[in-house]
Design a protein around this ligand. Sequence first.
Ligand code: 5AD
Ligand code: SF4
Length: 437
Amino acid sequence: MPEPKNFFIKTFGCQMNVYDSDKMKDIFLANNIQPTEDSFNADYIVLNTCHIREKATEKTFSDLGKIHKKGKKDQKVIVAGCVAQAEGELIQKRAPYVDLVIGPQSIQSLNTFLKKDDISKAAITEFDAIEKFDTLNLIKRNHNSKSAFVTIQEGCDKFCHFCVVPYTRGAEYSRSVYELVDEVKALVDLGVVEFTLLGQNVNAYHGADAAGQPHTLASLINTISEIGGVERITYSTSHPINMTDDLIQLHGSNDKLMPYLHLPVQSGSDNVLKLMNRKHTRDYYFEIIEKVRKAKPDIALSSDFIIGFPGETDQDFEDTLDLIQRVKYMNSYSFKYSPRPGTPAANKELISDEILDERLARTQALLNEQQMEYNKKFIQKTVQVLIDGAGKHEGQVKGKSEFNQSVALQGEKQIIGQIIPVQIKEVLTHSLLGERA
Ligand code: 5AD
Ligand code: SF4
């Protein structure tokens, strides 16, 4: 009997890449290839790459160099994800030992590759989301945690001037309601209770039902929430202009929808929003936040900010800080602007690193302060925590509250997978400590 083969996948970037890596794992398992932690001795190594910010391509080549040097003889090297999409040809030229280059809409080609082992090394970077999901739907699903990502929508038609996504993930595509219901049911059968619905523009979802009628995200969430066994639903990432009233109202009326919303604004300055081609103003964003808070007063809000977009003046930056002060976030992510090849802003004059560093530090200090303030209000309060694993310290378990906070507590491993009430006792910078209530 030949030794069974094994694989190792390294994932970079967003939750959508995590979902794609899970699907590639399913493909390997369906082909009787088992996971290993030993990357250099794996028969197959996959880099599932991200292209959203900074030196992504260089990082990929440096990882590939290491793999080429240290990887075992005959190791098959696969580059997937957004760098594969954007730089497929360059990868084949600079790293000819790479066996397969597959873009995010072509991960199903991995199945063909494993079966035949002789498909061309050429980059497979078609934008065929239909074929992707049709093929993936036929592969047996595996899942061993209580929460799961489900990609419901891919791609983007908005073309913000800083962003590679329309080029790496292609045009907007929504999966149909019935295939998503099937996927959720299959995951419930595997024990999943919490679902994060994913899309680069998730609230632009407009998938069809069996009769061909389009559904909104709100309608899809209602449908999924009625599936027995589904306890919690959340969605990410949204665009302010697709925050329709039905979706906003759902936050007040559907108990399974977690009281958490990630709604990136990117900048608090109308000038910069315009330069970014965001298609909304700061006042429009405030209006949406007000409506959301009216529907669900205790909702936890989060955002992304790009600091130092070309043309951002001191006053523009102060407007961003002012927006943060007004909204009061539970947590947020902020990034220095990074020019992305091929995007409309790629060749604009950059703001100096010194200014960028200072602005980013001020933004992060304010966001951290807000996170602390937000979390402190929870002391002595009880939240519902989905326990998802062992904590850092002996005898501890950890999980996520319905507000998407990380919570740790003393507890037996047997409660992993349960949703339990936890009274909050202490607030650390990025997590909470509590006791079972
Ligand atoms: N530079 C810096 N940050 C970026 N993002 C997207 N493109 C860029 C870029 N070119 C950030 C945005 C987005 C998040 C996923 O990454 O804030 O919401
Ligand atoms: Fe990175 Fe965007 Fe691709 Fe996700 S979709 S992996 S964030 S470039």
